[in-house]
Write a protein that binds this ligand. Structure first.
Ligand SMILES: [Zn+2]
Ligand SMILES: [Zn+2]
Length: 341
């Protein structure tokens, strides 16, 4: 089979590999749709100790496909089943898993392999995060399950409700998914980004406001203006930049929620207005990753049409063109590239 294999930072190779044979508890999935992700760009640049514990490994982590073969002892799926595969599986034994916070599992197992014709899914993922698809849910749409589950985690943690004002910082794929989810819950969404192809797509998604902060010195003042002077009920950062985390706190209304969705570079910190956090009861929430339950709820939303992520697919390419797809992502010219293995 052909695959894009990650050998280390900056070293992605298009190779011919043997098609794996599933062992006990394993499942072989024929990949039908894979999506590029901003994380791929970061990981290709500098590696990732959590998501890529060993090299070489087939790259990519957002996919859907069809079960091609099952190993001995597999009872949850059969050959021919259409499935989504999440990029991790929790242990279900540690104290976080037992408390239903599997995203914080002390022993979270990450898997990769979306950019190959086949992916061998290990037993733990087969048991906890290999999910059969609803009959009419197409593979390209189902491949959004993983990023959508992450975004759903943020929107549920904030408890976004109807008619509430939600500000999302970030015009990347996750910023847009967060905006779509908030809007699906009836919220009035202000999306904050910078002019370019991505903000153009955002403008087509029907958010109440898309604020272009190119050349604006004080985005918070502009946001206060856009929210009638009171700030937002919920502010979500999807940029992972410390200065934007500070703006997110400043843009929240009294009693508001700030969700730190985008991870910042290691070692960074922010300044907090302690008076506002205390007297105005700001709720500051960190969110990370997803759980098996969130993956299922994300797939339900995709199947029911509650959220339509397909406008985020700006390009479609073959497996051999993954490097070009990731270069488009790095330059901010693509939101999601759909890869056909
Ligand atoms: Zn991703
Ligand atoms: Zn665990």
């Amino acid at each position: 089979m052909r695959a894009q294999v990650f050998h280390g930072p900056g070293d992605l190779r298009y190779e011919e590999l043997p098609v794996p044979t599933p062992g006990p508890g394993e499942v072989l999935v024929r990949v039908e749709a894979a999506l590029t992700c901003g994380t791929d760009v970061k990981v290709l640049r500098r590696g990732h100790p959590l998501m890529i514990p060993t090299v070489p490994t087939v790259f990519g982590h957002e996919l859907a496909g069809t079960v091609a073969a099952v190993g001995p002892g597999v009872r949850t799926v059969r050959e021919g089943d259409r499935v989504a595969v999440a990029n991790s599986a929790p242990c279900e034994a540690c104290r976080y898993c037992r408390a239903g916070r599997q995203n914080l599992c002390d022993d979270l197992l990450f898997v990769n392999g979306a950019y190959g014709e086949y992916m061998l899914v290990p037993p733990r993922v087969v048991l906890r995060n290999l999910v059969p698809l609803a009959p009419r849910l197409a593979a390209p749409r189902a491949a959004f399950a993983e990023p959508l589950a992450c975004a759903l985690h943020a929107v549920e943690a904030a408890a976004v409700g109807p008619e509430e004002r939600v500000v999302v910082f970030g015009h990347g794929p996750l910023g847009l998914l967060l905006g779509l989810l908030a809007r699906a819950r009836g919220a009035r969404v202000v999306l904050v980004g910078r002019a370019g192809p991505r903000l153009t797509v955002a403008r087509g998604l029907g958010f109440e406001t898309c604020l272009d902060v190119t050349g604006i010195d004080d985005p918070v003042a502009a946001l206060r203006e856009a929210t009638g002077g009171v700030g937002a009920h919920h502010v979500i950062d999807a940029t992972g930049r410390p200065e934007v985390w500070e703006q997110a706190v400043a843009a929240a209304a009294k009693g508001g929620t700030v969700v730190f969705f985008g991870g910042c570079a290691p070692g960074t910190s922010i300044r907090l207005d302690t008076r506002r956090v205390h007297y105005e009861e700001l709720r500051l929430l960190g969110v990370f990753h997803h759980t098996p339950a969130l993956i299922c709820r994300a797939l339900d939303l995709l199947a029911s049409g509650g959220v339509d992520p397909m406008p985020l697919v700006t390009h479609q390419m073959d497996l051999k063109d993954v490097p070009e797809a990731l270069a488009l992502m790095a330059r901010g010219e693509a939101l999601k590239v759909l890869i056909h293995p």
